[in-house]
Design a protein around this ligand. Structure first.
Ligand code: FRU
Length: 502
């Protein structure tokens, strides 16, 4: 944690206090209690990814952070960096809520390199009582610049307030700026709540990151996709344009969305000269139980990489038993294929795969087929089903005699279910989620491909080469590392398993 000494001369302020707590807590958390190859909170609470950016030739990822305990509290920005998206180095936390305009929290935002400096753009929450006793609660946009370790808030903050917002736009729910550069201008998409209480994303323009001009409402929920749009992101992908948002208060629509907080891809065409985004389709960004507030970065090689918070506001499963609480998904490369946004783990993960165990053309009939060497909790497991004479096919994993996680494929309904009912939970949280999934056709044959990334207390399932993802946490004991396959008929499967060694 190099920055602590560097700022010692600045006196004992909120930032320094938080950095000291962080350094001490980080050293005390046993490494084995953490995910091995997913970014986790150094100590205390973590939520949304923030400021996912490239600076000084490295990937920087910040996050919503409360290092003082394992519950959400006044928001700081935690910070880490990586050369390859897999090994993350923790840096001292970057922002503390220490100004009048952000005393209620330094909420989510983004980052970019501008004129050689690393610029963080975040939401400051003003939360105070005025002399007349009234409550002044507003969200405003702020910037801080730095060198990749230490950041200084701009003396002209806030750079954007709700004063100039169009009629009906909320000043209280006006947050999570995503900034990018296009030609000579900077653009900012901000989440907002409209007059009818519906979610929307607003678009702004600036030539210096300090003066912002409102351009238009980029997209709106239209009563279909939630009340407040959090954490907007807006980027081109495969000839189309994607508006990625995390709506609150959504209503389930079949298996496509679920109640509460969701993250969705809206995609369509964007006419840059008029700033008009015409959406064609909407789809869940993830179909599991724990995924929210994703954000993307454009890597120097042109890949669009997305990372999400691997938790859900409605089922806060990581209860802090380990001293840290919260982790991110594996960074995922996005692509547009067959009219969908596909996502796959970054290829860099493959460099950490060791000890391949492989089975080809195995027949599974009846209960609990186990295969020597197919087990583990820090693994990359690929299962291909090539024969479908069954109603149900199950993979039970992170399993011992008492606990397990379950993935079940229903052949009639063409649907995949993740089920953590028996995963060691002692709270009545949501345990099951389903998604539509058809086998792929390859070489005239049907095939269902499932890639499972397990990292101690989490699973990310990538189906059919990234067509859909399903992300969930579970808490079966660490020694529960068994994997078994089961069907009520007959299946034929190929299995590949690697340990991930970081
Ligand atoms: C999304 C969110 C953001 C906000 C942050 C606060 O999970 O609610 O809208 O900026 O978390 O921690």
């Amino acid at each position: 944690m190099e920055g602590v000494e560097r700022m010692e001369g600045m006196g004992e302020n909120k930032l320094m206090q938080a950095r000291k707590i962080e350094e001490k807590g980080f050293a005390e958390v046993p490494k084995e209690s953490r995910p091995a190859y997913h970014l986790s909170s150094p100590v205390g609470w973590m939520n949304d990814p923030n400021g996912f950016s490239v600076y000084g030739g490295e990937y920087h990822l910040f996050f919503q952070y409360h290092p003082f305990n394992n519950a959400w509290g006044p928001m700081h920005w935690g910070h880490c960096k990586s050369k390859d998206f897999i090994q993350w180095e923790h840096l001292p936390l970057a922002l503390a809520p220490d100004e009048e305009y952000d005393a209620g929290g330094c909420y989510s935002g983004s980052a970019l390199e501008a004129d050689g400096e690393h610029v963080l753009v975040y939401t400051g929450v003003i939360d105070r009582y005025l002399e007349d006793g009234s409550h002044d609660y507003r969200q405003v946009q702020c910037i801080a610049t730095g060198d990749g370790v230490d950041y200084r808030k701009y003396e002209g903050n806030p750079v954007l307030t709700g004063e100039g917002l169009p009629e009906g736009c909320s000043r209280e729910d006006f947050r999570d700026p995503k900034v990018w550069k296009e030609g000579e201008y900077y653009y900012m998409a901000v989440g907002n709540r409209g007059a009818a209480g519906e979610g929307q994303a607003l678009l702004y323009q600036s030539s210096d990151l300090k003066q912002w001009e409102f351009l238009c409402i980029l997209g709106q929920s239209g009563g279909e996709y939630g009340k407040m749009w959090e954490c907007p992101d807006f980027f081109p992908l495969g000839g189309k344009q994607v508006l990625l948002v995390s709506p609150q208060d959504m209503r389930a629509q079949g298996y496509e969305f679920h109640n509460g907080n969701n993250s969705i891809f809206l995609y369509g065409d964007y006419e840059e000269s008029t700033y008009r985004f015409r959406r064609e389709k909407a789809a869940s960004a993830d179909y599991g139980l724990d995924f929210y507030a994703p954000q993307t970065v454009l890597a120097p090689d042109g890949r669009r990489i997305m990372v999400g918070w691997m938790q859900s506001w409605d089922a806060k499963l990581m209860d802090g038993r380990f001293g840290w609480s919260g982790m991110m998904t594996i960074p995922r490369e996005l692509s547009l294929q067959n009219g969908r946004v596909y996502q796959n783990p970054v290829w860099e993960l493959e460099g950490y795969r060791k000890n391949l165990v492989e089975y080809t053309g195995e027949r599974v009939a009846g209960e609990a087929a186990v295969f020597p060497g197919i087990s583990g909790r820090v693994i990359d497991l690929q299962v291909e089903i090539t024969k479908f004479q069954f109603h149900h096919f199950a993979i039970r994993f992170a399993k011992n005699k008492d606990y397990e996680m379950l993935l079940q494929y229903n052949r009639q309904r063409n649907c995949l279910t993740v089920d953590r009912t028996h995963s060691g939970l002692v709270r009545d949280v949501v345990c099951r989620r389903k998604m539509d999934l058809r086998p792929m056709c390859s070489g005239g044959e049907e095939k269902l491909k499932l890639r499972l990334l397990l990292d101690r207390y989490s699973v990310e399932v990538f189906a059919n080469d990234g067509e859909k993802a399903m992300t969930s946490l579970f808490v079966t004991p660490m020694e529960a590392d068994g994997i078994a396959f089961e069907t009520d008929g007959e299946a034929c499967i190929n299995i590949q398993k690697y340990d991930i060694c970081v």
